[in-house]
Design a protein around this ligand. Structure first.
Ligand code: GLA
Length: 377
């Protein structure tokens, strides 16, 4: 009897010790740890933890968000973004898991644009197009300077993109700040200045799966997209220029709808995109933060809300994932195992004068904000 009591007490003590160890490792604030080297420069991993135990890890290589741990409706934490356990997994990173994309997120047709009478040529890395800024020193694969924030739970990444890098004009000073609030929001601020006029479009390329990363596809997630129109594309996924009403089409997500319910419909746009891979025109009045999308996963109750100051959001359903990448915890990422909500300006805007302006001029300040809010229902 006494023996049993003693061994039970030991188990209780051990468990208690583990709990204490766990709670100290996830104390609120920012922690920095080495995460390898790239291009001869140290890479660090920054862990942001809030008072509810929500934890976000991001590194200064590519500004990549490596993990986001949030509770389900029972309080169970899971990592809800696709990615890799180690830096090496991200080199290369063809799906752009978790990365900051730019100088020009999304596509530029034929890898060229004309600005102030001069035509600029960019590397083509997506058939005839330039995708996510090109091939060389794109934001997703350079080492950024990093500084943890002093007064908030956050980290600021800065990068100087030089005049001529990947064919773009001007020295562009770029800063991206990730802040985690106690209301379970990840606030992303993008700021930039330039010394020559240049197109700029920056976004965050995290792949979400609210069931938990690697745990099946996202077809049963429900999504609301606050957009009455989208930008249809041609066979190269370049916008035709039209702003097409979503009403009566599989692109109508103005009411929350299961993602898989129409994704394989015989619809010209869905066939071209191999599913959803389209920019939606966010309904907005004025230029402030508005809700762009809300995603709900019924089995776990997790909810993701995306708000932004940007005019568009690319809804991409991971159509190009094909089971050839093994990610965190040895999970195999198959087709449609993650969804991206890339808040952005419209694709190929430099070649579409009717689209909202993407040209940043010397003396101007670029500032966009996107908020990912995590909750349960
Ligand atoms: C973006 C594009 C997609 C695809 C992914 C990366 O979301 O719109 O077509 O290229 O990036 O795989």
């Amino acid at each position: 009897m006494i023996q049993r009591f003693v061994s039970l007490s030991i188990i209780v003590l051990l468990l208690g010790g583990m709990l204490v160890a766990q709670s100290t490792s996830s104390k609120p604030g920012v922690q920095e740890q080495p995460f390898g080297t790239q291009d001869g420069r140290p890479v660090h991993l920054y862990t942001l933890t809030n008072s509810h135990g929500v934890e976000i890890k991001a590194m200064n290589y590519g500004g990549i968000i490596v993990s986001i741990k949030v509770p389900d409706r029972k309080g169970q934490l899971a990592d809800i973004v696709l990615g890799h356990d180690k830096l090496e997994g991200y080199i290369p990173n063809p799906p752009y898991f978790g990365a900051i994309v730019g100088r020009y997120a999304n596509r530029i047709a034929n890898g060229e644009f004309t600005l102030d009478g001069k035509t600029y040529h960019l590397p083509k890395n997506d058939g005839p197009n330039t995708l996510h800024g090109g091939t060389d020193k794109t934001f997703n694969k350079v080492v950024w300077d990093a500084e943890p924030l002093k007064s908030k739970t956050g980290v600021a990444f800065s990068y100087l993109s030089h005049d001529g890098d990947d064919g773009f004009p001007g020295n562009l000073h770029m800063k991206v700040t990730y802040t985690l609030t106690d209301t379970n929001e990840l606030v992303i601020d993008y700021e930039a200045t330039t010394d020559k006029a240049t197109p700029i479009n920056v976004s965050q390329h995290s792949y979400f799966n609210l069931k938990g990363q690697g745990d099946g596809d996202i077809l049963d997630h429900e999504i609301m997209i606050n957009a009455d129109r989208f930008t249809p594309v041609d066979k190269n996924l370049i916008p035709t220029g039209e702003l097409r009403p979503v009403k009566g089409t599989p692109f109508d997500f103005t009411k929350s709808t299961r993602i898989g319910s129409r994704i394989d419909d015989n619809n010209e746009q869905l066939v071209l995109g191999h599913g959803y891979d389209h920019n939606f025109v966010i309904n907005r009045k004025g230029s402030g933060l508005v809700l762009a999308a809300r995603v709900y996963e019924p089995t776990t109750g997790r909810v993701l809300e995306v708000s932004t100051t940007q005019p568009g959001v690319q809804f991409y359903t991971g159509n190009f994932l094909d089971g050839t990448i093994t990610g965190k915890d040895d999970k195999v990422y198959k087709r449609r195992y993650g969804l991206c909500l890339e808040t952005q300006h419209f694709p190929d805007s430099p070649n579409h004068p009717s689209f909202p302006n993407t040209i940043l001029k010397p003396g101007e300040k670029f500032h966009q904000t996107t908020v990912f809010k995590f909750s349960t229902k």
